[in-house]
Design a protein around this ligand. Structure first.
Ligand SMILES: Cc1cc2nc3c(=O)[nH]c(=O)nc-3n(C[C@H](O)[C@H](O)[C@H](O)COP(=O)(O)OP(=O)(O)OC[C@H]3O[C@@H](n4cnc5c(N)ncnc54)[C@H](O)[C@@H]3O)c2cc1C
Length: 402
């Protein structure tokens, strides 16, 4: 016998996108279900990234007029309070954009002025409340050495972003999910959406688990599978390529020697050069990027060797090889691979009402505090009336996983 579940809103995907949206929507008087094919939340893209709460690291960083900047900038002041409310670890360690030559310096000058225009100019729609953002500033070689004593002598200085932070993204996804659950959201694990039928403005979601979900509104938060899910109802008005990134993690012994995220601007190669501490004093280095099939999850030696070489270029005196704890590869959806930058997709569809597509790609974890608010904004704009609950509690948690 097939089980039928009725819900006002179905959220497909229990990554950082699905769980953060579920938490925000749990503030409203709605029945909501999150459907996740894995056995828990945050087990796909949300668990295979660099764990940075950052602004991206490409030409969209702080670029006004993009969704990327809007959500990431507005999320900066929300993170510390969120971590207190939900009880997850949040470490603001600051980031150093390393300067090799005058060309880097010129690029970083542009980043500083974009950051100022986005965050500190009183006319900016993204203006950050006073006290929640420290301006970016240049540090010379001596100060760079004071901040990171083990850094290579080859750098002339750095652009210092004191706002850069780190979290454990699966821990954050779990916190969002558990708070949503305590506020009434249901979760269905080990259940994959296979097919969706649209009748008038209602959706029927067919699963591989003998469960049929009937819903008025669907939020497609399926990560790298978002295109395939959107295709089920002909609501795919975006395209992207799956970009695979390989990262190596090192233990606390070497991790304790480095206290900031340290980065080199990509030049002449698509790969990123980032070495950064985690919330629990381990270290992540990478990122070897390649376009490949999304099923190709194998971690290859050349990608691991690249990540180790990045760590050694930045910190030549540290012995990384004997401190590797694991290496892993993850996928992000890249909407604009030709130029190397990427903006988020968060939108309703012109011809499929009550359907919302979310494609995050790079820096999606960082944007998650604002993501649900953006979804509420676009649902409201499309004419859906959301009624706030009087008994929403921002801090309580209830176990979600079976
Ligand atoms: C190498 C790398 C480094 C990165 N570093 C950072 C960083 O430092 N900081 C940052 O902010 N961002 C970073 N990102 C980006 C970040 O990881 C993503 O933006 C984010 O994880 C996307 O979350 P999501 O919820 O959209 O996707 P996911 O976490 O992948 O969640 C989607 C979920 O949908 C489920 N699903 C899919 N299809 C179905 C279906 N048919 N039925 C049911 N469930 C389904 C999946 O199982 C999955 O759990 C990085 C990405 C990569 C690849």
């Amino acid at each position: 016998m097939q089980e039928i579940i009725n819900a006002d809103i179905s959220i497909i995907g229990g990554g950082i996108a699905g769980t953060s949206v579920a938490r925000e929507l749990s503030k409203y008087d709605l029945s909501i279900i999150v459907i996740e094919q894995k056995h828990g939340v945050g087990l796909e893209g949300t668990s295979t990234n660099h764990s940075l709460v950052c602004q991206g690291g490409d030409s969209l960083t702080f670029r006004p007029g993009t969704l990327h900047a809007e959500l990431n900038v507005k999320s900066i002041p929300l993170w510390p309070r969120l971590s207190e409310e939900l009880g997850f670890k949040f470490r603001r360690m600051g980031g150093l954009w390393l300067i090799r030559d005058y060309s880097d310096y010129k690029k970083f000058q542009k980043m500083v002025s974009r950051a100022f225009r986005s965050t500190l100019d009183p006319k900016s729609p993204l203006l950050i409340p006073e006290g929640s953002f420290s301006p970016l500033r240049f540090v010379d070689k001596k100060e760079l050495k004071d901040l990171e004593p083990e850094i290579s002598d080859n750098f002339l200085g750095a652009l210092y972003d004191p706002n850069l932070a780190t979290v454990d993204p699966p821990e954050v996804a779990k916190a969002y999910a558990e708070n949503a659950k305590a506020n009434g959201v249901d979760f269905l694990f080990n259940t994959k959406i296979k097919r969706i039928k649209r009748e008038e403005n209602k959706f029927e979601l067919y699963t591989d688990n003998n469960v049929l979900i009937k819903s008025n509104i669907v939020i497609n938060a399926a990560g790298i599978e978002a295109d395939r899910v959107a295709e089920m109802v002909k609501a795919r008005d975006f395209s992207y390529v799956p970009l695979k990134g390989t990262i190596v993690e090192f233990d606390e012994e070497v991790g304790r020697s480095i206290s900031h995220a340290t980065m080199i601007l990509p030049r002449g190669s698509p790969h990123l050069q980032v070495v950064s501490p985690t919330v629990d004093n381990r270290l992540k280095a990478g990122i070897y990027l390649e376009m490949t099939f999304r099923s190709d999850k194998e971690v290859r030696d050349y990608a691991v060797n690249y990540a180790i070489s990045v760590a050694k270029t930045l910190y030549p005196a540290l012995r990384f090889e004997s401190h590797i704890t694991r290496s892993f590869a993850g996928f992000m959806a890249m909407t604009n691979p030709d130029t190397g930058w990427h903006d988020f997709v968060i939108s309703t569809h012109d011809f499929v009402p009550n359907w919302v597509n979310i494609v995050l790609g790079a820096a999606g974890v960082s944007a998650s505090p604002m993501l649900g608010k953006k979804v509420v904004e676009i649902l409201t704009k499309s004419g859906i009336i959301l009624k706030e609950k009087s008994n929403y509690n921002p801090s309580i948690r209830k176990r979600v996983e079976p």
